[in-house]
Design a protein around this ligand. Structure first.
Ligand code: FPP
Length: 254
């Protein structure tokens, strides 16, 4: 690969995280139920996998159900769980075709049995695929993930001396291990659809240096063109990771 190609590739985010917001508002505007909005939103899943893969994105994570979403009306929660149980199996052949590997983030043990089973089957069926990773974030919360990491850290060591030594040497990199997942890249680009401008407890650890992009489009109406606009915007940003612009542009050797 030439150095100019290399540079262009660096402008494609490796990990894009999406807050799929606006299902309810989209449905209301069409005179449909909120659940119909979620159903149409779920249909965007297969599109976004294809668009991401075609754009050269390695991982796309989707905020499908947060730790706070349990507070929604019981019927809506049940509807979302049923949607996962019924739609995921239908998506597996498409994921196989696209070479997409399904991963999950969040405490899926609390999901209803049917949804859990559908997830487990889809994860297993797609585990050998390598074109793009789709990370479904379910019963996921950024705070909870970090708290769980701390609990794991505190219960990992068999004696107090070992624990104190590990604590003294703890860094952000060594703590990452205690978050208990592998293969999740730092989020480069975090997109929220539906016009709101907040991150709602999503990827608090992984998105430390993410570029944020807010789209007014409601998730069920999201198109490849919307994603392309976000990617073009990302490509125009200078990511400095704490350094100066001069350092990034190589104007200075310091
Ligand atoms: C936010 O829109 C959306 C959610 C809380 C659920 C997202 C879930 C899906 C898109 C379906 C996932 C399905 C599968 C099969 C993985 P909102 O309801 O808060 O919209 P609003 O702000 O307009 O009310």
């Amino acid at each position: 690969m030439s150095s100019s190609e290399d540079q262009i590739n660096q402008r494609v985010p490796q990990h894009v995280a999406i807050i799929m917001d606006g299902n309810g508002r989209w449905a209301k505007a069409q005179g449909l139920s909120r659940l119909e909005g979620h159903k149409q939103g779920a249909k965007r899943l297969r599109d976004v996998i294809r668009w991401a893969r075609d754009a050269g994105i390695k991982q796309v994570s989707l905020y499908a159900f947060s730790t706070e979403n349990w507070k929604r009306p019981k019927l809506e929660v049940a509807g979302l769980m049923t949607l996962m149980a019924t739609m995921l199996p239908l998506e597996v052949p498409k994921m196989m075709e696209e070479g997409a590997r399904l991963l999950t983030l969040g405490d899926t043990s609390k999901l209803p049995w049917l949804a859990r089973k559908a997830l487990q089957r889809a994860v297993k069926a797609t585990q050998g695929n390598t074109s793009v990773d789709v990370i479904l974030c379910l019963n996921y919360g950024g705070h909870q993930e970090i708290v769980e990491g701390i609990k794991t850290f505190c219960t990992t060591f068999s004696n107090e001396e070992e624990k104190q030594k590990a604590l003294a040497n703890l860094t952000d990199e060594s703590f990452y291990v205690f978050l208990g997942r592998k293969d999740v890249l730092p989020v480069d680009l975090l997109i929220r659809t539906g016009g709101e401008k907040r991150i709602s407890n999503f990827h608090l650890w992984d998105a430390a240096y993410a570029e944020l992009y807010f789209s007014d489009t409601n998730w069920p109406a999201y198109t490849e063109n919307d994603l392309k606009e976000a990617l073009a915007d990302f490509a125009s940003r200078e990511r400095r990771f704490g350094k100066t612009s001069e350092q990034i542009q190589g104007v200075t050797n310091e």
